[in-house]
Design a binder for this molecule. Structure first.
Ligand SMILES: [Zn+2]
Length: 328
């Protein structure tokens, strides 16, 4: 297959939840020992790792959890010579040249980080590249996709967005409510992305994007990361083939140069598929339950007529275009 050597950057991984948990129990070099080989064996060269704190057991102490996850990240970087944290294209290229696994930093919702937009300056200093102001639940910055009263971004959210742009963060609109999304669209001059969202037309859930939202991201030269989370692929029968349908749909609507992968696997957790599932039952997408499905995903695009160059773009090149444009 022509795409067998194509390297993948996954735009959404919560694996740092597991890394932080295992470190808190005394383990070290968790990412290298427990996760790295499985990723590289399946073509993955990099992850956008999410700092995500909205787990039930951490709701009462999200700032501490955030610091714990961030600290775990730096400890792992110090212990492992096989991983590199990159903040710009030059650092990315150096990491790849020296055969290191690449980590891009992202914050998924500023929960527990409310009270002042000053926190964005701190996030910049610790090398975060992608900022999603809101996860599914409303916060001080605006409304998420689970909202019951969609007023969009708050004045603090608009202020945060301005600072985030000035600091050259990539703005992520995944998880936002529709009103928040369109506020972002209005206020962001350049690129913004949806790191892990599929198409509402194929799977009508609030986490997916309607056609005009997909078009707006493309008009801003952003990317949409296809997500393998089963309930965003298909409500009845989530399969690899159905996930590829979402990719084909986006490519036909706005062009393959706006497509990426933000797979959001939860295989590293025993409970997440159940905890965050719609009906409290563990579900996965057949054929792409974990990273082992990635080579078949790339082959699937090839079978549907995508060119090797287009597949390279979807696998990571399109995101790197955005990364270079925003982060340098
Ligand atoms: Zn998410």
């Amino acid at each position: 297959m022509g795409c067998s050597g194509v390297k993948v950057i996954d735009l959404h991984s919560d694996i740092w939840v597991d890394v932080a948990d295992k470190r808190s129990r005394g383990e070290t070099r968790v990412f290298e020992n427990k996760h790295l080989n499985m990723l590289t064996a399946n073509n993955v060269e990099g992850l956008v790792y999410a700092l995500f704190t909205y787990e039930k057991k951490h709701l009462q102490h999200q700032p501490q959890r955030f610091i714990q996850m961030l600290a775990a990240h730096f400890a792992e970087l110090n212990e492992s010579s096989r991983i590199a944290h990159v903040r710009n294209t030059k650092e990315y290229e150096k990491a790849v040249e020296t055969d290191k696994f690449v980590l891009f930093g992202m914050v998924e919702g500023l929960y527990g980080l409310e009270g002042s937009t000053d926190v964005l300056y701190l996030l910049k200093q610790v090398g975060i590249s992608v900022v999603g102001l809101i996860w599914s639940e409303d916060n001080e910055y605006g409304t998420g996709c689970n909202t019951t009263r969609d007023y969009g971004l708050t004045s603090r959210g608009i202020q945060a967005l301005k600072i985030a742009q000035d600091l050259n963060f990539i703005i992520d609109a995944s998880h936002m409510s529709e009103a928040s999304f369109w506020d972002v669209e209005k206020k962001v001059d350049g690129v913004f992305i949806a790191s892990h969202s599929n198409c509402y037309s194929l799977c009508p859930v609030p986490r997916n994007l309607k056609d005009d939202q997909i078009k707006a991201i493309a008009e801003h030269d952003g990317v949409i990361g296809l997500v393998a989370w089963p309930e965003f692929v298909d409500l009845e029968d989530p399969t690899l083939d159905r996930l590829i349908d979402h990719g084909v749909y986006i490519a036909e609507l706005v062009g393959p140069e706006h497509l990426a992968l933000g797979l959001d696997f939860a295989y590293w957790s025993d409970t997440w598929n159940k905890d965050f599932g719609r009906d409290g039952k563990a579900k996965t997408t057949k054929g792409i339950e974990d990273v082992k499905g990635i080579p078949a995903l790339l082959q699937g695009f090839e079978k549907r007529g995508f060119s090797p160059l287009e597949i390279k773009g979807i696998a990571g090149g399109n995101f790197l275009r955005v990364f270079k444009k925003v982060c340098g």
